[in-house]
Design a protein around this ligand. Structure first.
Ligand code: IMP
Length: 190
């Protein structure tokens, strides 16, 4: 089965491609940058993005493809930036988040990943969550986005200190991807 991952983010593709190999699946990188609809649920953003990319790239209509939308939800900020993570990262980035968190004792946060998979006919969504905390200053130079300020629960390293293989043991994205890949391999065996 040929599966395409529609994303402009090469790091997301590398994470997904490495996990897909564990399932004997080969995923192809469909490099396309699309504008995300502004909604307050990642599921709705992912579904609407699927419809948007099909409009922009009509060849996708008959292909098996998925895309992914993620967000970081900070408890002390009532879930901010959540579905607005992309905009917030582009505008205030990690330093801006650390400023907003100055003086906050509750550092708890979680990442959520939602995959929307289009099987040529309909769209299904799969979600994964990883709990952790926002540290006091950036640490690490690997990964992307908020990786240098997020430390998953029961771990000494931020995502940005982890190798790709280690991030793939803990991340929100590996959880949603594993649900998708498990369902695809089960389907292929039928
Ligand atoms: P996106 O809309 O799914 O690309 O992600 C929203 C924002 O969260 C972007 O600024 C990403 O850089 C950031 N983000 C998404 N996934 C991760 C991750 O695994 N680690 C750190 N930041 C992430």
């Amino acid at each position: 089965m040929e599966i395409h991952f529609v994303t402009h983010n090469s790091s997301k593709y590398e994470e997904a491609s490495s996990i897909a190999k564990e399932y004997n699946l080969l995923i192809r990188w469909y490099d396309h940058e699309y504008e995300e609809p502004q909604e307050d649920s990642l599921e709705i953003i992912a579904r609407k993005s699927c419809s948007r990319v099909i409009q922009e790239k009509p060849e996708l209509k008959t292909l098996n493809f998925f895309l992914e939308d993620a967000g970081m939800f900070i408890e002390a900020l009532d879930g901010f930036p959540g579905p607005y993570s992309s905009y917030v990262f582009k505008t205030i980035s990690n330093d801006g988040i650390l400023k907003l968190m100055e003086g906050k004792e509750n550092r708890r946060a979680y990442f959520k990943s939602v995959i929307a998979f289009h099987n040529g006919k309909s769209i299904e969504t799969f979600a994964g969550i990883t709990k952790g905390s926002i540290i006091l200053s950036t640490i690490g130079d690997k990964g992307f986005g908020f990786d240098p300020i997020f430390k998953p629960e029961d771990n000494e390293q931020t995502f940005a200190e982890m190798t790709l293989a280690t991030k793939n043991l803990y991340s929100h994205r590996q959880k949603s991807l594993r649900i998708l890949f498990t369902s695809l391999t089960a389907f292929a065996k039928q």
